[in-house]
Design a protein around this ligand. Sequence first.
Ligand code: NAD
Ligand code: UGA
Length: 475
Amino acid sequence: MPVNKICCIGAGYVGGPTCSVIAMQCPDIRVIVVDKNKDRINQWNSDLLPIYETCSWPAAITLSEEPGLEKIVFCCRNRNLFFSTDIEAAIKEADLIFISVNTPTKIFGEGKGRAADMKYVEEAARTIATISTSSKIVVEKSTVPVKAAESISKVLRANQKAGVTFEVLSNPEFLSEGTAIDNLINADRVLIGHNDTPEGKDAFEDLCSIYTRWIPRDRIIGTNTWSSELSKLASNAFLAQRISSINSLTALCEITGADVSEVALAIGQDHRIGPKFLQASVGFGGSCFQKDILNIVYICECLSLREVAAYWQQVIDMNEYQKERFTKKIIETMFHSVSEKTLTIFGFSFKKDTGDTRESPSITVCKRLLDEGARLHIYDPKVFHEQIINDLVYATRDPEKVNKSVNIFSDPYTAANYSHAIVICTEWDEFINLDYSNIYYSMKKPAYIFDGRKILDHQDLSLIGFEVFTIGKRI
Ligand code: NAD
Ligand code: UGA
């Protein structure tokens, strides 16, 4: 059955960009992205495109520069790309429906802190079943636990109208923030899990015929549904595991005199290993790595696969260890106390080129320093001041302390003025070329720099007079 009309439930980071690219590549297909959040839809229909945060508390908005997104949306919007809150109308007329809603870690109940909260996916499935008066292909775009398609099918079948059928596909998304459009247009692969039935194979071909408009056929992988669901979780787990593996060597490097960057270079030259995702850091952040690994851990525990669960849990434990180790090093180096001292934090987002702070390592570092009585000056080129305060109040559960001890600045030089130390938490390019001589003279002495991202010229900084500490290298 040719797909003429697509509906995407969830106008978030994945739904918006993915459907914009589909609309651009398939001008003959009508694509409607729907969301129950009216403000979000209004923004997608405005000149200032939104990428919204989904932290459970407090709800917040960030604007994201996603290169290429604006151009595509402005070109296709109201031509064959629409953003709407009329979820029912969009579902009714669609041949194919993407479920692209959020799947955060559960914050209460069974599996709290580990299992994926599937309530939004289930809600979307119920709405589809209740509203649909014709048969549909339903595509899981959200990252879900293995076997989620079975639950979705069950909800759909239990509520479907007579004569209506649903075929469920798994089509996880692999884009990264900041490179979403490039990742979507030049995807390494498109993964489509389907049932091994004539209907499942037909639905697979229908979805394939959309992607083959711009993705070479040999990059489209067809698998069984469970392999597809697991591959998405495993892909994030492998990426995070590489970071934890290289980070695990940093403490060893600092003690022995090895340099982790040289080690990473040497390891990565082996083409079987490759150079990517070997940048040692204060720790990984972002909305998905931790959530998806916790999801694997939870599934394994539920299936009594204790050793497998422990293996993947270690990737997260190593990440926590790294953030804690970095903060401890700061405190130890500054004569075992940061109480009443002013530390300037450079970078609050979870990585450069985004204003997204979800699971940012900067939050953990700031919280620990605040617990030790430090005063914080924080500068980030993209994150809204209000977002920083909200994140720290949420992390510390102590608004009074945050109010008293945290100041947010709009430029790095004022932020560093009269402070005892600078702590680099995000690898923003602009931090590399600051005038550190000027900064040094404006700081209290001894003036410390703790480079949690390994981006600065440490020799230069030492020559200026700084006491320098970085990850994975003795200075
Ligand atoms: P998001 O929070 O930015 O967007 C989800 C949207 O779904 C929200 O706007 C919410 O209002 C909407 N929604 C929830 N339930 C709804 C319902 N019943 N009806 C209508 N709208 C509903 O989330 P996101 O970052 O786009 O992530 C979506 C999924 O994709 C998650 O499972 C995530 O793990 C996965 N993923 C995210 C990324 C990323 O970089 N953000 C990359 C790959 C995969
Ligand atoms: C990640 C994956 O890269 C995407 O493929 C996936 O689709 C997405 O998660 C998801 O499922 O949400 P993203 O979270 O946007 O994308 O960011 P990454 O670029 O992967 O970085 C994650 C974290 O790891 C950041 O904090 C980054 O600074 C850190 N990192 C990355 C390192 O510390 N070292 C590295 O070598 C690479």
